[in-house]
Design a protein around this ligand. Structure first.
Ligand code: MF3
Ligand code: CO
Ligand code: CO
Length: 257
């Protein structure tokens, strides 16, 4: 992908706004996490984030984004991403990814985590931990001059060494003045391939990993061009996401409370 398609660098005032909205995103995720219990409904979690976001002078970016109907994504068990909150109530043994994206002062902060509900098996807890560490491995290689392929390679190597797979068709993205912009940040790839990372831009690193096959099936969301995805084999999928600033020498994780 040509360097020209990447957004211009953020100026110091814009970087300050990104730090602020990303801190809010992290706090929002922490807030909603405290309500993740057996019996809570996905719609209740959505409402909690809607209220929290507005009370902090921000808006939930997913709401109305390409027709998306809710304020968060809630992806349970074999749902890979973009699960739309509904009346489903969490049960013991479930895993649920909650993905939040406040928009404030024209800037976006995007973060997600997968939570364990009630009693989950050690195998499932291990799988979810690998998803978190895969995200963190990917972030560690972020610096100016590295490429998106470097991130993807690192993630895929780590995940496959643990016996799991990475989702290929969906991944991270540039973020800042827009919710989704260049470059695409894959969860697999070859070192040195793909767009080069440039200083003072933000990207998300958000690998989706599967317990079984990497194959996913897509489903339509009514009145929206956003799709939601499930694993084809019905096995679990997990994901963690941070928004990361590329600095002059490396990276700064912005979605930290
Ligand atoms: N937050 C998701 C991401 O990490 C995007 C959700 S778009 C929505 O990129 F419309 F589904 F909300
Ligand atoms: Co994202
Ligand atoms: Co997200």
């Amino acid at each position: 992908m040509a360097k020209e398609t990447l957004p211009p660098p953020l100026n110091p005032d814009e970087i300050k706004k990104m730090r602020e909205v990303c801190r809010l995103a992290a706090r929002t995720l922490e807030h909603v996490a405290s309500y993740v219990k057996v019996g809570v409904s996905l719609l209740e979690l959505d409402q909690i984030v809607y209220d929290y976001t507005l009370s902090h002078g921000a808006e939930p970016a997913p709401l109305g984004y390409h027709g998306y109907p809710k304020s968060i994504c809630t992806s349970v068990n074999d749902v890979v991403c973009h699960g739309v909150p509904d009346e489903y109530r969490l049960r013991s043994g479930d895993i649920v990814n909650i993905d939040v994206t406040p928009k404030k002062d024209g800037f976006y902060g995007d973060t997600s985590a997968t939570f364990l509900v009630g009693e989950v098996t050690p195998e499932v807890a291990h799988f979810v931990e690998v998803a978190r560490l895969a995200r963190d491995r990917g972030i560690e290689v972020v610096r100016p001059g590295a490429t998106t392929g470097d991130i993807g390679f690192e993630i895929n190597q780590f995940v496959t060494r643990h016996g799991f797979t990475t989702v290929k068709e969906i991944g991270g993205h540039g973020i800042g003045r827009r919710f989704h912009e260049e470059p695409f940040v894959p969860s697999h790839g070859k070192r040195g391939r793909g767009p080069m990372l440039l200083p003072w831009r933000c990207i998300t690193v958000e690998p989706m990993i599967n317990q079984g096959s990497d194959e996913v099936v897509e489903f339509l969301i009514p009145n929206s061009s956003i799709k939601w995805y499930r694993t084809r084999d019905g096995k679990l999928s997990a994901q963690f996401e941070h928004t990361v600033l590329i600095t002059d020498t490396g990276y700064e994780i912005l979605t930290i409370p």
